[in-house]
Design a binder for this molecule. Structure first.
Ligand SMILES: Nc1ncnc2c1ncn2[C@@H]1O[C@H](COP(=O)(O)OP(=O)(O)OP(=O)(O)O)[C@@H](O)[C@H]1O
Ligand SMILES: [Mg+2]
Length: 279
């Protein structure tokens, strides 16, 4: 449980397994100040995510979706409010603690261009400086296979990979420490329809097999309907509504109308029929 007074809960390894929520965000404020101005990106934002959910976070460009993922990962600190991940305030986890709990697939893949595939996947484990190289290598090879790529790709450089393969390698790196929570920032953006479908199928099977909780930012309605158990809409600096896709679509708000029912409305309705869980 999070508290609103000054007595922060103790950091606890055990709480990770019996935490009431995987992510609990309360009264979050994000403010970016420059010399000339001050921009409030999130204002009193609340969001709770439970074990096993696949929550799609949607919102207009610049509404603070990526910033929110970075805050859940502990890379950025909000101006105010609390973020608990698996029962611990994210600020107390530290970089290594966060890496074992939260994996993130960044918006643009973000592989290290000077490292080959295996070195990219192994990077977070190597950073721990406590494991023998052979073990790290074997763990990275297992993850390479887990994302559907053969060992023949292990020594390729990122510049020699297709867009879909870059995403898969980045996903393998995000999963190297077996985190229970996976954050995905536009996982299928820039992929052709076939690669996008393949990546969705991979994500769905990993979600099922690894028992992951997933928070995903996406503009892609196919990906959203294919994977989400819940949709959360970021607008007006907060999460204005969250729920099953059919409930969210019915919520009266200009962004929701444009996103789901504008030009793409027909397609959205077809998708609702296609994916029974969304209805
Ligand atoms: N480090 C920073 N300093 C100042 N402003 C920032 C910083 N990071 C993000 N912002 C601003 O915060 C807002 C939200 O950014 P963010 O990247 O989270 O948007 P987004 O919802 O992910 O958009 P998109 O859909 O285009 O990826 C933007 O206006 C951005 O310019
Ligand atoms: Mg973004």
């Amino acid at each position: 449980m999070s508290t609103n007074d000054n007595t922060e809960p103790e950091f606890s390894e055990d709480s990770m397994f019996d935490a009431p929520h995987v992510v609990e965000i309360q009264k979050l404020w994000t403010v970016f100040k420059t010399a000339a101005s001050e921009a409030t990106v999130h204002r009193d934002l609340d969001l709770v995510i439970d074990r096993g959910e696949v929550v799609s976070l949607v919102g207009g460009s610049g509404t603070g979706k990526t910033v929110l993922l970075r805050q859940i990962l502990g890379l950025e600190t909000p101006a105010r409010g609390t973020i608990n991940v698996l029962g611990n305030p994210v600020a107390q986890l530290g970089a290594k603690g966060a890496a074992s709990r939260v994996g993130m697939l960044f918006q643009h893949g973000a592989l290290f261009s000077a490292f080959n595939v295996l070195e990219n996947i192994a990077f977070p484990l190597r950073e721990l400086r406590s494991l023998p190289p052979q073990l790290i290598r074997d763990a990275a090879l297992v993850k390479l296979q887990m994302v559907g790529l053969g060992a023949e790709h292990a020594h390729k450089m990122p510049s020699d990979l297709s867009g879909g393969m870059v995403k898969r390698v980045a996903l393998a790196r995000a999963l190297i420490m077996d985190p229970p929570l996976l954050l995905l920032d536009e996982p299928t953006a820039g992929l052709d329809p076939e690669s996008s479908d393949g990546f969705c199928i991979l994500l769905r099977s990993l979600h099922r097999e690894l028992g992951l909780t997933v928070v995903m930012v996406t503009h892609d309605l196919d990906t959203l309907f294919e994977l989400s158990t819940r949709v959360a809409v970021l607008a007006d600096q907060k999460v204005i509504v969250s729920g099953p896709p059919k409930d969210v679509i019915a919520y009266p708000h200009p962004f929701i109308h444009d996103f789901f029912l504008g030009e793409r409305g027909q397609r959205a309705m077809e998708l609702l029929r296609e994916y029974p869980f969304a209805v």
